[in-house]
Ligand binder design. Structure first.
Ligand code: GLN
Ligand code: ZN
Length: 758
């Protein structure tokens, strides 16, 4: 008999119940017991949704982050938190976010560092190590959850992060090599395994996603050692990998002494046959056949047909699951009441994905006849999507086919353009500008909300936005900035704003996915060929330009960022969808140029985060990503100045690609690193203009004139002054007006001092 299971369920709740409970607790409006109760009832609910599975994942729920949970499970709590110990949960929140409750006497500590979980948009709290790190097991929470789930009659399969991935995810604070800690860590895992066995657990899911990445021999050795050491237990281990192919690690994965392995059969479908050949015949093979990273319905008939011979061969050794934890998809498509019905019929969120799994298992176990009706329904949805006129637009596809290298080339190289542009703009040395947005006050948000709700007419809305733009322009002129922006009051989000105006995009009401802690994002969905039916920003930008003699930068979001922050269609390569986006935004660039806008900024905030897990695949991603940007940006005349912006400056490894974008000006984040991040420019001579951020907009602090002069002086050691701009790190929308004015005033003064000095 085939066995079904799940790797993890979203914990935030259908309507983000956990988010709201957490935030109330942090604000002091909810007691700790009430928060714990919310957690318990969410878990009970989530277990019910998963009732039809043979094995229920437990230990996947978290009040903030499952990696931080693991640190607490293993007793690896930063000393600064252990010292303030009073209450375990509060201590946990202190490591997560610096404080447990927002109160004056909060025992605040430095929050743990946060970083991205593999190539997802989920962020985890980085485990901290040093030579004194000791581990000690605290499995109380996990064991309680297990007991509770068992009481409900579920067959429980706990989920833990494996020891090697745990070390791999962390950071040493001194120079201790992380792998030196393995010997201290393994006994704690052994102790945990013994406890689980005692709790009546048969199977344990041990996540080692490190196995889809490239690692050195030392890590391979650690993996072998870990699983050889831990195998003495009679608990059965399901070694779990996800997010990609095993490639050179395939034989290693098959040979580790565990009782079964799980592989991502969506991303690594082509490896399944080889895995079956390599896997010893006593081991279970779990195939992740439902995409846990996207929202499309699975083609059930195709999947069943593909699985049938595999099932025939493996029989009860075959397990089925989603490809990875369902953490990365929204909970329930049935909550969506405003989606177009046809489009909605193509989607499958977490709960629906588990239904699909059950259906596949049923067809394998008892034949397709028993589920013929559901299969027919699924087939209809799949066919409709394949052939829908909403998805396919001949003109878009033809346009993509007609793209040549020429499409992405500027008329002349930078050296020629810069002369034309300097003449046109006549900017001073160290020109000042901002990244686009100005503070989004509650009043602006209210206006947008009222307009959406139909409480304001289009005319009233336009007037309100124009007033805000007028205000932004006036403030910028008063501050003496050299290149102005309109302030983006009409935008709620840099991707959503454009997605809503592009054909091929749709939006959900409740399609939330956890980003970190209580923070969720609601990625738009690209379901069809993308094009731009009408101008998207021209009216606002030309209005803003009409108010000033200074250059007004047009503000757009780039194709790669649009792609990386959306759920993307799975019926064509990402690169092709990106190209469609590129052409659509190119239309807007050219429209702005025709309307007399002389500077256009195309933000690529998310370019870096699209990098594949394996370095060997970076170049091909960068090739199509940069090509897409070039197609968007480079159709303009020499005298039009293209800017781009990126919210990070770890460029060392992709500098050459960034330079290939050939933007006239790039603005990046650097202030927090004291310009250290500019070291890369010692070796790589960035050819065009650059604005290293001097104002850390993530902090309420007002940077001083001296600090900014100092930062720019450091920058000028690496980049000639005549190619430097002065600007903040990122947009100002999350800040208050009084902070922004004070900071920008200092920034303008700093720039004047710099001019005098040079
Ligand atoms: N132009 C956008 C803004 O200023 C850029 C935001 C971003 O890079 N994340 O808000
Ligand atoms: Zn930014």
């Amino acid at each position: 008999m085939v066995t079904t299971h799940n790797l993890g369920f979203p914990r935030i709740g259908k309507k983000r119940e956990l988010k709201f409970a957490l935030e109330s607790y942090w604000n002091g409006d909810l007691s700790q017991n009430e928060l714990l109760d919310t957690g318990t009832s969410l878990r009970l609910q989530h277990w019910q949704y998963q009732e039809q599975l043979d094995f229920l994942p437990v230990g996947d729920f978290s009040f903030y982050d499952h990696v931080l949970d693991t640190s607490f499970l293993l007793g690896n709590i930063p000393r600064r938190a252990a010292e303030t110990a009073d209450n375990k949960l509060d201590n946990y929140f202190r490591v997560a976010r610096g404080r447990a409750r927002n109160e004056a006497d909060c025992h605040c500590i430095q929050a743990g560092e946060m970083t991205k979980w593999f190539d997802t948009n989920y962020h985890y709290i980085v485990p901290e190590f040093d030579s004194n790190t000791r581990f000690s097991l605290d499995a109380s929470r996990l064991l309680e959850d297990i007991a509770k789930a068992q009481q409900q009659g579920h067959q429980v399969k706990p989920v833990v992060i494996g020891p090697v991935t745990y070390l791999w995810l962390g950071k040493t604070k001194d120079h201790t090599p992380k792998l030196d800690l393995l010997d201290k860590l393994l006994p704690v895992y052994a102790e945990l395994f013994a406890k689980l066995e005692k709790a009546g657990i048969e199977w344990l899911q041990v996540d080692e996603p490190i196995l889809v990445t490239e690692f050195s021999d030392a890590w391979e050795h650690a993996l072998r050692k870990a699983y050889h050491t831990l195998q003495s237990t009679s608990l059965k281990l399901l070694l779990t990998t996800y997010f990609g192919e095993l490639q050179e690690n395939l034989q290693l994965v098959c040979s580790l002494p565990v009782d079964g392995i799980h592989i991502d059969a969506v991303n690594a479908k082509n490896e399944v046959a080889r895995v079956i050949d390599w896997l010893p015949s006593h081991k279970v093979l779990s195939l992740g056949v439902i995409n846990g990273r996207n929202i499309w319905k699975t083609d059930l008939t195709e999947t069943i047909n593909w699985l049938s011979p595999i099932y025939e061969r493996l029989q009860s050794r075959l397990w089925l699951a989603p490809s990875c934890s369902l953490l990365h998809v929204p909970v329930d498509v049935r909550s969506e009441r405003q989606l177009d019905n046809e489009i909605k019929s193509w989607f499958s969120f977490a709960i629906q994905k588990l239904d699909e799994l059950a259906l596949i298992a049923s067809a394998l176990r008892h034949g397709k006849d028993g589920v013929a009706e559901q299969l027919a329904k699924n087939k209809t949805a799949i066919e409709h999507r394949k052939n829908s006129a909403r998805v396919h637009h001949r003109a878009v596809k033809d346009r993509v086919l007609a793209v040549t290298d020429e499409t992405g080339n500027r008329q002349s190289p930078y050296a020629v353009r810069t002369k034309v542009q300097r003449q046109r703009f006549d900017l001073p040395l160290y020109p000042t500008t901002t990244i686009g947005s100005f503070p989004q006050t509650p009043e602006i948000r209210q206006v947008r909300k009222d307009f959406r709700a139909g409480k304001l007419s289009a005319e009233q809305y336009r007037t309100a936005m124009q007033n805000e733009i007028k205000h932004c322009v006036k403030e910028q002129e008063a501050l003496g900035l050299d290149v102005l922006v309109h302030g983006e009051p009409e935008r709620n989000d840099m991707v959503e704003y454009f997605g809503e105006q592009l054909a091929g995009y749709t939006f959900t009401q409740f399609g939330w996915v956890q980003s970190y802690g209580s923070r969720c994002v609601k990625p738009p969905i690209i379901y069809g060929d993308v094009f731009r039916p009408e101008p998207m920003t021209v009216e606002w930008i030309t209005y803003a330009q009409s108010l000033t003699e200074k250059p007004m930068k047009g503000m757009l979001t780039g194709p790669v960022t649009m792609l990386n922050w959306s759920f993307v269609r799975d019926d064509q390569p990402r690169s092709e969808t990106c190209l469609q986006l590129a052409l659509a935004i190119r239309d807007e660039v050219l429209a702005l140029e025709r309307a007399g806008i002389a500077m256009i900024q195309i933000d690529e905030a998310a370019l870096r985060e699209g990098l594949p897990l394996r370095k060997s695949q970076w170049q091909s991603y960068l090739d199509w990503a940069i090509r897409s940007f070039r197609i968007t940006a480079n159709g303009v005349k020499d005298e039009t100045q293209i800017h781009t912006h990126m919210c990070y400056s770890e460029f060392n490894d992709i500098m050459a690609s960034i330079a290939r974008m050939d933007a006239d000006v790039i603005t990046i984040e650097t202030s927090r690193s004291d310009m250290e991040l500019l070291d890369v420019f010692d070796e790589f001579h960035y050819p065009n203009e650059i604005g290293p951020g001097v104002y850390d907009i993530h902090s309420p602090n007002i940077p001083t004139v001296d600090a900014m002069v100092d930062l720019m002086t450091k920058a000028a050691r690496r980049i000639p002054a005549k190619r430097l701009w002065v600007n903040p790190d990122c947009g100002l929308k999350t800040r208050q007006w009084d902070e922004v004015k004070a900071a920008l005033k200092n920034m303008v003064t700093a720039s004047k001092i710099l001019r005098k000095k040079s």
